[in-house]
Write a protein that binds this ligand. Structure first.
Ligand SMILES: [Zn+2]
Ligand SMILES: [Zn+2]
Length: 347
């Protein structure tokens, strides 16, 4: 099969031919229909993710069609179109039994702990536990975002912050996951303020229905959010993983506000100085989040199928496998608005 392989940190992916995967016990093999290029792929590409051992085929945000099933797979048949969360949980441990698949100690992550979907085919473990059927109405390049960014935002808003209609949501970082939080927050009936430093991204957020956009390089964004919301946002999403956005998000909250950190702190950002007096005096809640358990797919897909959520504006670029390297490198600078999705795995 054609695949793009990470063979050296920060170098263009090697376009290569690898053996077609065969399904092990409990696994299915998918023909990849689409795979997003995500900021966490960039973390892997730079070498800052300790899980990644070279060589590695990146790609954790995919949808595909079942072309082979291993022994013990009971839920899936050839030809099924499916989606999976990037955290592939075992389905058998105590945490999985309690519904907490994102902390499963036996989890596998395509593109990080095993080969991902920057390839024509991918083998997906624990298939019965993790795969979910895609509605026919959802196009593959749109569905690909459901593997990581959209689902991560859904879990953050619904599973962690418990965002309620009429609340103010402030999103710090208008990249793929931030824009997902905007669309989902609006669908849930919240009012959404988007904060970034790139005018093009803010214009994009505005066009997608943001109630307010704030450029943090022009004004004190936290103060602007507090002014706008009459005392601060009820919920803040931090979508970059750095101190500046964490600090801004904390200061933007009203008392008893809830902050969910989605951005992955890596490298020099793994330790950061934060205004803990604001946490104390505001009696804030700070939560981390990573991924989404597969059992939350039905609620998200229902919202989409019901016409309450259109994810298609999220994807601004469909690309070929050979263009993935440029998209990874683009995360080094302020990336263009929207997300890129690989849909052509031959060139
Ligand atoms: Zn488990
Ligand atoms: Zn991702």
């Amino acid at each position: 099969m054609r695949a793009a392989q990470l063979t050296a940190w920060r170098q263009p992916l090697a376009l290569t031919t690898l053996p077609d995967p065969t399904p092990g016990k409990g696994e299915v093999v998918l023909r990849v229909l689409a795979c997003g290029v995500c900021r966490s792929d960039w973390h892997a590409w730079t070498g800052s993710d300790p899980d990644v051992v070279l060589p590695m085929v990146p790609g954790h945000e995919f949808c595909g069609e079942v072309v082979a099933t291993g022994t013990d797979v009971t839920r899936w048949r050839l030809g099924d179109r499916v989606i999976a969360p990037f955290i592939l949980a075992c389905g058998r441990c105590g945490d999985c039994a309690a519904g907490h698949q994102t902390i499963c100690a036996n989890q596998q992550v395509p593109g990080f702990t095993r080969d991902g979907a920057f390839a024509e085919f991918i083998a997906v473990p624990f298939a019965d536990t993790n795969l979910t059927a895609l509605p026919d109405s959802l196009l593959p390049h749109v569905a690909a975002g459901l593997g990581c960014r959209v689902t991560t935002a859904w879990q953050a808003l619904v599973g962690r912050a418990e965002l309620r209609p009429g609340e103010w949501l402030a999103v710090f970082g208008a990249g793929g996951v931030g824009i997902s939080a905007l669309l989902l927050g609006r669908a849930l009936g919240a009012r959404v303020a988007m904060v970034d430093v790139v005018p093009e991204k803010l214009a994009y957020a505005s066009a997608l229905g943001a109630d307010a956009v704030i450029n943090a390089s022009d004004v004190d964004a936290a103060q602007a959010v507090r002014d706008l919301t009459g005392g601060g946002a009820h919920v803040a999403i931090e979508a970059l993983g750095i101190a500046a956005t964490m600090t801004g998000a904390m200061r933007a909250l009203r008392k008893l506000g809830r902050l969910v950190m989605i951005g992955m702190p890596a490298g020099e950002h793994t330790a950061m100085t934060l205004p803990m007096d604001v946490l104390y005096s505001g009696q804030l809640t700070l939560q981390g989040t990573r991924g989404m358990p597969a059992w939350r797919y039905p609620s998200l897909l229902s919202l989409i199928e019901g016409g309450h959520l259109d994810l298609s504006p999220l994807v601004t670029r469909t690309i070929t496998l050979s263009q993935a390297s440029d998209e990874l490198a683009a995360f080094d600078r302020p990336a263009p608005p929207g997300v890129a999705v690989i849909t052509d795995f031959q060139t």
